[in-house]
Design a protein around this ligand. Sequence first.
Ligand code: NAD
Ligand code: MN
Length: 491
Amino acid sequence: MAERAAETIRPRRGGVFEYAPAPESRSIVDIKSSYGLFIAGEFVESIDGRPFKTISPATEEVLAEVTEAGPQDVDRAISSARAAYTAYWAPMRPADRSKYLFRIARIIQERSRELAVLESLDNGKPIRESRDVDIPLVAAHFFYYAGWADKLPYAGFGPNPRPLGVAGQVIPWNFPLLMLAWKIAPALACGNTVVLKPAETTPLTALTFAEICQQADLPPGVVNIVTGAGDTGRALVEHQDVDKVAFTGSTEVGRLIARSVAGSGKKVTLELGGKAANIIFDDAAIDQAVEGVVNGIFFNQGHVCCAGSRLLVQESVYDEVLTSLKRRLATLRVGDPLDKNTDIGAINSAEQLDRIRKLSEIGEEEGAERWSPPCELPDRGFWFAPTIFTGVSQAHRIAREEIFGPVLSVLSFRTPDEAVEKANNTPYGLSAGVWTEKGSRILSIAQRLRAGVVWANTFNKFDPSSPFGGYKESGYGREGGRHGLEAYLDV
Ligand code: NAD
Ligand code: MN
């Protein structure tokens, strides 16, 4: 016993004790060897698609074979959504729609452990995040919009707001089930039916959500899930019988979609990239601010569109902030996503790892100084150590482009005006953070920042009642809250 303890509790760098491994069991998930498409309430074989594999980015192990839906499959899913819209979902008493959404929310809570493990396996994110952030927020979204379903006449869009029809929804891989919830919950609450395409690297929780729809006895066709990559997404958003397109992903694809639906009469919302500034003033509580910076850029491996990827520090506290930040980074644990002690999991795909590596190399070539704490990375899978760049100028690509990984670019400023000017000097405008003890400064800075969400003395806080969305190249439309209903109503 004593020997075992000595082996598992090893002293670590700097005399801190090492944690014993605490992996979450994967026996709670039952992954099938292959999945069809979820159309009209059932899992069906593809007509014109082909199989592809989804892997665990932490081990490169194949988790399951899924289906890349072809245009005929997409067409079939849209017909099923149309039929369900006309026959049951739009005419249904709103209070009954609400009951279905409450039921789905409760099943998500009941199956939350299973969903968290599955999300961490397919995506690579730490179980602590999927368990404590993603899945609780997914359930909260369904509860929140379930409450709106029978109160739409009081939402501020007139006495009898009507649904739009069939929504075609395409989502990314960084928050697979949460993005599904952001899309499906308000759509259904407003009386629309949906065809949703999850990202090609993270289809498994969406397919489990399809099972949850069956379990909730949701009428067939109200929710359809078609898996696949860009071609499937394009077939979906370009289909002429889709009334509403909702997309979250890269600005590049968002631009293509905006072009392809222009003039079609379809309603569109786009949630795209970001390059948020996290601003620390010299009167801020430095330890708290450092925690906020770490949460802002290293949460979910930095695969967050609203990540605080540009740190702006007031010159007078620059050295102090950098010293604390580096000390804190040295304590972050990178590794097995299913280990409850892990802070930073795997990068979602080989392609994304490649992008992060390339932009980081460009940062070095441009003359910024690169730093990472000593950190052992697993041999298999896709990994990137938490990284800070200092000596970054506003013209550097690492200060302008979204890296979408655990990489922070640090800049400094002297005056509040300079902070605002630098923060707004970006083609994006999704979010920002302000750290100061002065309430009046929070208000005046927040008013001048061109960002959809501004966090004060916190970062990456989400709530279903709070709208989210961007300015400029970060997209248009709002998701969440009462505002999020507008995107799914004919107003
Ligand atoms: P992406 O835009 O290529 O993919 C997002 C989704 O769109 C996926 O489901 C994909 O299959 C689908 N898609 C791709 N091409 C399409 C098309 N022509 N028509 C319709 N759907 C299409 O994003 P990605 O490759 O996953 O990541 C690339 C970059 O996007 C990242 O580096 C990051 O900058 C950004 N990103 C942003 C967010 C966000 O939440 N805003 C999320 C993921 C990625
Ligand atoms: Mn995967």
